[in-house]
Design a protein around this ligand. Structure first.
Ligand code: ADP
Ligand code: MG
Ligand code: MG
Length: 212
């Protein structure tokens, strides 16, 4: 559809928690190859905590209110690199969404861009550093192309998720320049970045929740 609302935001987060629980072992295994093996646990635990706090939202909560609860919960419950990075992403997206009851495609592009810029501000990664940015930046670019083509919200989210999935796969041949994987040099080559993979899962859940 053309816009997304608070029901979409709630469905997205519920579905993200399910998907991250289903992919917990996969993300742990990716992080075991080039990190410390906790990424699946971190994300699953963080989103289960988010689910528990969703009940605190008032009935008239906006998409921005949902995103803000995700941000504060991830910041307070998920340690490591990913907690503050995703926390910042959701916080910046919440600020971008503001108090609007619905987000159209340009508003979603603005929120995705704010999320990506927040991750960059916090972690200083550039495209090609083998981090979650390698999923987020192609997603933002695809969202911008969707807006330029006049697409609605669900089409935009589908395009962003597809680009994030391709971006996660494209981290496999890379040497890492940020995060724990950067200590491995050439030994990180041939392994997919776990944070790029979890970002692709999150964005696919957003698209699915929009009926894409
Ligand atoms: P930790 O490395 O502290 O155990 P996680 O395993 O939860 O944290 O998250 C690791 C992921 O965080 C990496 O796969 C990468 O995508 C992301 N990451 C790490 N450092 C950065 C950074 N500086 N900028 C962007 N993303 C980063
Ligand atoms: Mg880790
Ligand atoms: Mg860790």
């Amino acid at each position: 559809s053309g816009t997304v609302d608070a029901a979409w935001a709630r469905n997205w987060i519920t579905s993200a928690a399910e998907v991250l629980a289903e992919h917990r072992v996969e993300l742990i295994n990716l992080d075991r190859e080039i990190g410390d093996g906790d990424h699946g646990e971190n994300m699953d635990r963080g989103f289960q905590a988010v689910l528990e706090r969703m009940g605190e939202l008032p009935a008239d909560a906006t998409p921005g209110d949902v995103l803000k609860i995700v941000a504060t919960t991830l910041i307070s419950t998920v340690g490591g690199a990913a907690g503050p990075l995703y926390g910042t992403a959701f916080l910046k997206a919440a600020l971008s969404a503001g108090a609007a009851p619905e987000l159209d495609a340009p508003a979603l592009l603005a929120a995705l861009t704010a999320a990506r810029d927040g991750i960059v501000l916090r972690g200083k990664a550039e495209l090609g550093d083998k981090t979650m940015i390698d999923a987020w930046t192609p997603a933002v670019d695809a969202a911008a192309a969707a807006v330029a083509a006049g697409s609605g919200a669900s089409e935009l989210l589908d395009a962003a998720a597809g680009a994030a999935e391709a971006g996660a796969v494209a981290t496999e041949p890379l040497v890492a320049r940020k995060g724990r994987a950067s200590y491995l040099g050439e030994r990180a080559v041939g392994h997919r970045d776990p944070g790029a993979q979890s970002s692709a899962l999150l964005l696919r859940a957003a698209a699915t929740a929009a009926g894409a």
